[in-house]
Design a protein. Structure first.
Length: 124
């Protein structure tokens, strides 16, 4: 932070004017350092809501077949409490293990595949 204030104050005039600007810049820099962490926390507090998306990332299906993403599943079922964790895990294991699901691109294509193959009762 001192480096920033030095660089900024170096570009201004001399004596009293320079010291006032230095003080103002120092105060502003401290305020920025105080505000930034709170802004980051505020903006990203709902990031766990998006964990469900990563469960359906087709490129990760082979990886998830070998090592099931339990932590992501836990986060997802914590955020979306209406989901039945056991049923979701079972359905995801089936999806991850079948090669025909790996050719699908995106969640909408996955949904269409389920409908076209009459799998709605298996994946409610």
């Amino acid at each position: 932070m001192d480096t920033v204030t030095k660089e900024m104050s170096a570009s201004y005039g001399t004596s009293r004017k320079r010291s006032n600007i230095h003080i103002n810049i120092t105060v502003a820099a401290k305020e920025i350092c105080d505000v930034t962490p709170n802004q980051v926390k505020e903006r990203f507090c709902f990031i766990s809501d998006y964990s469900a998306v990563s469960l359906l990332e087709v490129p990760k299906f082979q990886e998830y077949e070998k090592k099931f993403p339990t932590q992501i599943l836990d986060q997802t079922t914590d955020v979306y409490s209406m989901l039945q964790k056991y049923r979701l895990k079972t359905g995801l294991r089936v999806i991850y293990s079948r090669s025909d699901f790996r050719n699908i691109t995106g969640a909408i294509s996955l949904l269409l595949f389920i409908i076209e193959n009459n799998l709605q009762t298996k994946f409610p």
